[in-house]
Design a protein around this ligand. Structure first.
Ligand SMILES: C[S@@+](CC[C@H](N)C(=O)[O-])C[C@H]1O[C@@H](n2cnc3c(N)ncnc32)[C@H](O)[C@@H]1O
Length: 254
């Protein structure tokens, strides 16, 4: 099994890929939030929906778990006037997120090392918790849902994009077929469990274009082209095991 902490620390230690950004812009068009340097399949529609459904008041407390370079959480915090705590396992991602917070002029932010299963955050200390395309890396989805519930105040909102699987992808932590039973058992009412528009065709196209531009990507990153090809082909096979990319919206039971 890959050491995800090491892998993401390396990924985020390098500048964001300009070749990938062009591919994502080609596939997602105006839906690609290019200015946020996302490392995910998040769209502007996802971000607007997360901001609206977070039900944050100005000064409300937002956490973004698996925040990466911070773009999605910072966008939602700027839009809702919330304070933001970003958690990630990769110190390089957090360094980049801090620079982005300054560049976006979002002041009340805190980016810290933590894990889905142990965020290091206090009980009931957030009004909303979000996570974009990161929960699939949590080694234990049940523990992660319990951690979301622990850090949310009663009535607080959970907003997560992730994938349901009907098989176990190679070299990935264990996946689940449906997150709703885990959320309900952890103390949430599931308010929405929506498949995000056109996700499968878009994801597949980004990987196909990445394979077509393999030499360009390898030259940019310094990766060995044959290793990169194997990794992209594995990602495509893993995508075939995904049954849906969901935006889940849940409320912490009072
Ligand atoms: C696909 S990236 C998404 C990043 C960001 N949310 C975005 O949309 O750009 C997945 C993120 O999850 C983080 N991650 C992986 N395993 C994690 C874990 N066990 N706990 C917390 N974060 C984790 C990675 O470091 C990475 O930043």
């Amino acid at each position: 099994m890959t050491d995800w902490k090491a892998a993401f620390t390396t990924t985020f230690g390098a500048p964001a890929s300009a070749v990938s950004a062009r591919i994502w812009a080609e596939v997602y068009g105006d839906e690609y939030p290019a200015e946020l340097d996302t490392y995910s399949f998040v769209t502007r529609t996802d971000l607007r929906r997360i901001a609206a459904e977070a039900h944050l008041e100005p000064g409300g407390r937002l956490a973004d778990i698996g925040c990466g370079r911070g773009g999605p959480g910072l966008w939602v915090a700027a839009r809702t006037y919330a304070t933001l705590t970003g958690i990630d396992i990769a110190a390089t991602a957090l360094a980049s997120a801090r620079r982005r917070a300054e560049a976006m002029d979002v002041e009340a932010t805190d980016f810290r090392i933590g894990d889905f299963q142990d965020t290091g955050l206090e009980d009931a200390s957030f009004d909303a918790v979000m996570s974009v395309d990161a929960l699939l890396f949590a080694p234990d989805k049940r523990c992660a849902c319990e951690e979301f519930a622990r850090i949310l105040a009663p009535g607080g909102r959970l907003l997560v994009t992730t994938w349901d699987f009907d098989g176990q992808p190679v070299n990935r932590p264990p996946q689940v077929a449906d997150h709703r039973p885990l959320l309900e058992a952890a103390g949430f009412d599931v308010l929405a469990y929506e498949e995000t528009p056109d996700w499968r065709a878009r994801q597949r196209r980004t990987m196909e274009l990445s394979l077509e531009r393999l030499e360009e990507l390898a030259a940019e990153s310094g990766d060995d082209p044959s290793r990169l090809r194997a990794s992209l082909e594995q990602t495509l096979r893993n995508q075939d095991l995904m049954t849906r990319r969901v935006l889940m919206i849940a409320s912490r039971r009072v």
